[in-house]
Design a protein around this ligand. Structure first.
Ligand code: MG
Length: 193
């Protein structure tokens, strides 16, 4: 079915669109809840420094290093914020929460994410799903991925199955590979609400 997003009858046409497994009537309705209208991407990288307090996606991760930064350095929240902002057409995280502003010093980045979720909703959008890749040489993040996904799902108002968290090493290459930094890439899909 061909239709344009800026067509005012777009949603009506979608509602009449029939797809899927055969129903006795031959019709299967399509839920608008999972139709993505906009997508966005975000990345972040922070240096690692000695000390405790590593936090990823709002989850405390045991490690002998933490991420440096004006806030708590949570690269997962920061990349996700930029993905949501990109999808919604909002300014990036640096414009909305400048690192020159003392009110954001040491802030829990989940608080920033909550503000962005609210701003996105004010514009008439909500996340459908997010996909996240954490680039870290150490520690091994496999045991933490489910907890990070659950925490982010809670913050976004999504089921955990709609939040994917993946972790990769950098094969010893560059700052991430040397253990001097961690990075994150996130993508988010938004629906209308
Ligand atoms: Mg950052």
């Amino acid at each position: 079915m061909a239709c344009r997003v800026d067509d005012p009858t777009y949603e009506l046409k979608i509602e009449k669109f029939k797809v899927g497994t055969a129903h006795p009537t031959g019709e299967v309705s399509v839920s608008l809840d999972h139709i993505i209208h906009r997508i966005g991407i975000g990345t972040d990288l922070h240096r690692l420094e000695p000390g405790s307090g590593l936090r990823l996606g709002g989850v405390d991760v045991p490690h002998d290093k933490r991420l440096s930064g004006h806030s708590d350095g949570d690269i997962v929240c920061h990349a996700l914020i930029d993905a949501l902002c990109g999808a919604a057409g909002l300014p990036d995280i640096g414009e909305q929460f400048p690192d020159t502003d003392p009110q954001w010093r040491g802030v829990d980045s989940t608080k920033l994410l909550e503000k962005i979720v609210e701003r996105v909703r004010d514009l008439g959008y909500a996340a459908v799903n997010v996909d996240i890749v954490i680039h870290a040489e150490r520690p091994k993040l496999s045991p933490m991925k489910a907890a990070i996904a659950e925490r982010l799902a809670e913050l976004l108002g999504l089921d955990a199955e709609c939040v994917s968290v993946k972790a990769k090493t950098n094969e010893g290459v560059d700052a991430v590979g040397r253990g001097d930094a961690m990075a994150c890439t996130a993508i988010a899909g938004l629906r209308r609400v």
